[in-house]
Design a protein around this ligand. Structure first.
Ligand code: GLP
Length: 241
């Protein structure tokens, strides 16, 4: 595991943005696995900057987002669909037809999850997966559990995640209680993984990810078994390692 610490969130954003763009420069038709949450926003800003400067071209890129809420209109500002358009897709040139999301409004969510996995495979797999981490160690929406869920699936969100994510909604009651998410197997199959964590509230999960027991009680800990993981941390997130 390659653990990099930075002084500021700005620096992490720049480094992570360059890291993602580096992948695209090296392989213009890269398949990017993308994440939501407040953590990757500055990385996306940097990717936009580099695109605007003409340093990188996303016209052959395909993207797969990690997760989406169930039963939330994609036009709702809190949908991950809207988030990605507002923070990245509207400002770079990934063709709309190459942008993929799990559809949390699909009639048959199980089938939707199966088809998503098939599509990732058909595109040759994810070249680089960007990840944040929940304060309880969740990745995407793989919540702490008794066993790892391998492929994309429907999940009941934990109280702590609903509480963490309620800051984006008008009230906690508005936060969806279910989501569709890539599984641990889907994430582990990515060729490279970049995780960003900012803030002391992530320190416990980061410590467990790096040197704790590998357990589904802290889903991120499974990343110890991946061969190419880079962590970009600020001092707060790195404070227990
Ligand atoms: C959500 C997302 C995760 C994300 C996590 C952390 O639950 N499903 O993919 O990593 O939040 O969010 P933040 O970056 O806002 O702390």
């Amino acid at each position: 595991m390659n653990v990099l610490t930075f002084d500021t969130e700005e620096q992490i954003g720049i480094a992570a943005g360059y890291y993602m763009c580096g992948q695209v420069l090296q392989k213009p038709d890269s398949v990017l696995g993308l994440a939501t949450g407040s953590t990757p926003i500055k990385a996306y800003k940097q990717m936009i900057e580099l695109y605007k400067k003409g340093a990188v071209d996303f016209s052959q890129v395909t993207s797969f987002n990690l997760d989406e809420y169930v039963n939330l209109d994609v036009k709702d500002k809190n949908s991950y669909h809207a988030f990605m358009h507002d923070n990245l897709f509207d400002y770079i040139n990934i063709p709309e037809e190459n942008i993929n999301f799990l559809n949390g409004n699909a009639e048959d969510l199980q089938l939707e999850c199966k088809n998503y996995e098939k599509k990732i495979k058909a595109c040759g797999g994810i070249d680089i997966q960007l990840l944040g981490i929940g304060s309880n160690g969740h990745i995407a929406f793989n919540e702490p559990a008794d066993s790892f869920q391998r492929w994309s699936h429907v999940v009941e969100l934990k109280e702590s995640t609903i509480k963490d994510n309620s800051r984006f909604f008008n009230s906690i009651e508005e936060v969806p209680t279910r989501a569709v998410t890539m599984g641990i197997g889907s994430i582990m199959q990515a060729k490279r993984i970049l995780i960003i964590a900012i803030g002391e509230h992530k320190a416990k999960a980061i410590k467990q990810l790096i040197d704790g027991n590998v357990t589904p009680k802290c889903p991120a800990s499974v990343l110890q078994f991946h061969k190419d993981v880079t962590l970009m941390l600020d001092k707060g997130a790195a404070s227990l390692i």
